[in-house]
Design a protein around this ligand. Structure first.
Ligand SMILES: Cc1ncc(COP(=O)(O)O)c(C=O)c1O
Length: 406
């Protein structure tokens, strides 16, 4: 089914819960909308007048933001700024989502116009926009599971034999939804494969700043630099302020990496026309320049995960994620039934895991998984933890949920 006809996971959840009556305030943990204190210091640097909106954003402002991002990249991933050109190796995005959706069409439009279809590989399960971006250009889709990625470095046999067909590959680290993080070894292997088979490797790293100290996830560009690929050949990394700074409404992100690829993206975007207003550009500059609010956010998530770990200490299926802010849980019973019951009894929304699956096999494999976004209030976690455990117990021992599931 084409993406334009397929319900987005949250809309599908809406259908699943439609008609179920619940009491009290709904706690929505089905969507990755951060819930961290407002970064007041950062936002106070956004101009308060509206004059800026009477003009197109000035290229100089965009350039200043590119420079600020380059400095952030160099601090975060130990990149040598001397070998990095902010102007030629960074493209500003209005959030990472539009960048992801645009990538196949922007990078392969000549090929596509000449009737040569492309193949896009993506994580399964994964963020739905990878699949939509591939379908948007009629690409052949290949999926790769986190387990297959993990085996890349540990198995003598290549468990994933289709490298030669791939034109563009998305990976996500830390992963939405599983919270797994790629190691330096895995990155290295992927970068080698991208070079050997000449495909474009795209790392979605929008959860890169949410982790337990001191285990900052390794990034694609960092891995490139460590193995001497200082030009980031065939590689692009995507970042965003939505999760890092808790500012999804600012709509601000970027892609950085291979100069040739960035050049194609920049020329496509000149026409594509998604640019940031001066207000967004200034706000973004302030956010990428400041690390204090990111550290505070990380501590907020840390405390929330500590409380969930306490609540779930008797659940063998619970594992603290290596990064990001999702709990990926095998609830031991059909996930849809679990979600309905959790909503009906406790007014808590979580997402069935198979709504994020790409292949039929993964849809099958994930029938008992749910994704819980840790975006609740700290004080609600004991209630949420107990509600989840009670619902698991109930659903595992019964074949019906209220009057809603046959
Ligand atoms: C893996 C992943 N990538 C990208 C995005 C898009 O984020 P934004 O467009 O707000 O930067 C999300 C949002 O939830 C996500 O989970």
């Amino acid at each position: 089914m084409h993406f334009s006809e397929r319900l987005y996971p949250q809309a599908r959840l809406g259908m699943l819960l439609n008609g179920i009556e619940t009491e009290g305030n709904v706690i929505d943990l089905s969507i990755g909308e951060p819930n961290v204190p407002l970064a007041q210091d950062v936002l106070s640097q956004i101009p308060d007048g509206f004059e800026a909106l009477t003009q197109y954003p000035k290229p100089a402002l965009q350039f200043e933001l590119q420079e600020t991002i380059a400095r952030w990249l160099s601090r975060r991933y130990k990149l040598d700024l001397q070998c990095f050109s902010a102007k030629d190796q960074i493209t500003i995005l209005a959030g990472s989502r539009e960048g992801i959706f645009m990538l196949p069409i922007a990078l392969f439009n000549h090929q596509l116009q000449h009737g040569q279809p492309i193949t896009v590989a993506m994580p399964d399960p994964g963020y739905p926009i990878y699949l939509a971006s591939a379908e948007n250009v009629g690409a052949k889709v290949q999926t790769i599971s986190q387990t297959q990625l993990s085996e890349l470095t540990t198995s003598e046999l290549d468990v994933y034999a289709c490298w030669a067909e791939i034109d563009l590959m998305f990976v996500c680290s830390p992963s939405n939804p599983t919270g797994e993080v790629l190691s330096l070894l895995q990155w290295t292997r992927l970068i080698e494969l991208a070079k050997e088979y000449q495909f474009i490797l795209v790392a979605d790293e929008c959860y890169s700043e949410i982790y337990s100290e001191p285990f900052a996830p390794t990034g694609l560009l960092e891995a490139c630099a460590k193995m001497g690929n200082s030009k980031f050949e065939n590689c692009l990394a995507i970042h965003s302020l939505s999760k890092r700074s808790g500012l999804p409404g600012l709509r601000s992100g970027f892609i950085a990496g291979d100069t040739h690829l960035i050049k194609s993206l920049q020329s496509y975007r000149n026409y594509h026309g998604v640019s940031l207003s001066s207000i967004q550009l200034k706000g973004s500059q302030a956010a990428w320049s400041d690390e204090q609010h990111v550290l505070s956010n990380r501590q907020v998530y840390g405390r929330k995960f500590d409380e969930f770990s306490k609540q779930f200490s008797d659940l063998s299926c619970y594992q603290m994620p290596a990064g990001g802010f999702y709990i990926w849980l095998d609830v031991g019973c059909p996930a849809e039934k679990f979600c309905q019951r959790l909503y009906q009894e406790f007014a808590i929304k979580v997402l069935p895991g198979h709504y994020l699956a790409v292949s039929d096999l993964t849809v099958e494999a994930l029938q008992q998984y749910v994704r819980i976004a840790v975006v609740c209030e700290q004080e609600d976690i004991p209630f949420i933890g107990q509600a989840i455990k009670q619902t698991m117990q109930f659903c595992c021992h019964s074949n019906s949920v209220g009057g809603h599931v046959a």
